[in-house]
Design a protein around this ligand. Structure first.
Ligand SMILES: [Zn+2]
Ligand SMILES: [Zn+2]
Ligand SMILES: [Zn+2]
Length: 325
């Protein structure tokens, strides 16, 4: 297994990863889960609700040589990094959307705790949380889980976001995400729901039908370091209502948490000097991409997205769905 970089697009591609053969037993239940190393368990004592274990078939491994090597004109590196599974509930038949606000708040707390902890490994330039829900999303197990990966490179889409946010800030001295939230809240056309300081909206150029971003109305660049006084229960409640709406329109979705990269490296794309305005220009957010159409062009032609539903209409139908159904 190795990671190669496309010299034109600068995308990193993990090559040679083979998924393990299908297991019939769920690995996240007793007795299987008790045989695995526990990275984090919540609560620490007694029966757990959320448990973090190493990914049984990881894309990246903590051990190994991290070095980027030249291969003629190309760049490659070993599959060094972190890959963990967050088991969101001990109950095999529950989805994240079926947990209580308190339980979802704990899952969010575990996500943030793992991101903060992995960022202590200075080799890791970026840490992200994602979730594939439903067979169409490519989920690996039906048991409710999310994944945390730490990589020694910054994924391409994040790099684009970081660059764009920095350019916007350089020009206007404002955060582009804060500007988006302000305009969307003024126009209200694409807002789906709000709770406390959190807002959920269909982005202006939604890539897929019913795409939703969840953002903090108040500026904060780091998901794992919330603003003092932030009430994560509000985020949990909003996420729960959004996921419950999505369940009524889509059998599957992808969810990803975008937070700032590790900005302490002396050189390269995460050097602190390069990103010296990141605390002001970047803004963490959650992106949710429902999978509505099984044969959508969006999924086959990735260069340009084709979305048959206007985000204004998507937001309107999402608003009209019962958020607790
Ligand atoms: Zn299970
Ligand atoms: Zn902002
Ligand atoms: Zn993003």
């Amino acid at each position: 297994m190795e990671i190669r970089r496309d010299p034109i697009t600068q995308s990193w591609v993990v090559l040679g990863h083979r998924e393990a053969s299908d297991e019939t037993n769920c690995p996240f239940e007793k007795p299987a889960i008790d045989k695995q190393q526990t990275i984090l368990s919540w609560p620490a004592e007694g029966p757990w609700q959320v448990r973090v274990v190493p990914h049984p078939d990881p894309l990246y491994r903590i051990e190994g040589e991290a070095g980027r090597r030249a291969d003629g004109i190309y760049d490659k590196m070993g599959p060094v990094g972190a890959h963990e599974v967050v088991v969101e509930t001990p109950d095999h038949n529950k989805r994240l959307s079926q947990l209580t606000d308190e339980e979802i708040e704990r899952v969010i707390w575990v996500w943030a705790t793992r991101v903060a902890d992995l960022k202590k490994d200075l080799r890791l330039k970026h840490v992200t949380v994602y979730k594939n829900q439903g067979v169409l999303s490519g989920e690996e197990w039906p048991h409710a889980h999310s994944e945390v990966t730490g990589t020694i490179f910054v994924p391409r889409r994040i790099k684009y976001e970081l660059r764009a946010a920095r350019e916007w800030f350089k020009e206007k001295e404002r955060c582009v995400f804060c500007d988006i939230v302000k305009q969307e809240e003024r126009q209200k056309k694409r807002i789906v729901d709000t709770q406390g300081e959190y807002v959920a909206l269909c982005p202006y150029a939604s890539r897929v039908p019913y795409e939703i971003w969840i953002l903090n109305r108040k500026h904060n660049y780091s998901f794992e370091r919330p603003r003092p006084g932030t009430n994560r229960k509000h985020l949990a409640a909003l996420l729960r209502r959004i996921l419950r709406r999505i369940r009524q329109i889509a059998p599957a979705y992808h969810l990803v948490v975008h937070t700032s990269p590790n900005t302490i490296h002396p050189k390269g794309e995460t050097a602190s000097r390069y990103w010296n305005t990141i605390a002001d220009d970047y803004h963490w957010h959650i992106e949710i991409l429902p999978i509505v159409e099984t044969r959508s062009k969006s999924y086959s032609i990735k260069e340009v997205y084709y979305n048959s539903i206007m985000p204004e209409d998507a937001a309107e139908s999402l608003r009209s769905l019962d958020p607790i159904a």
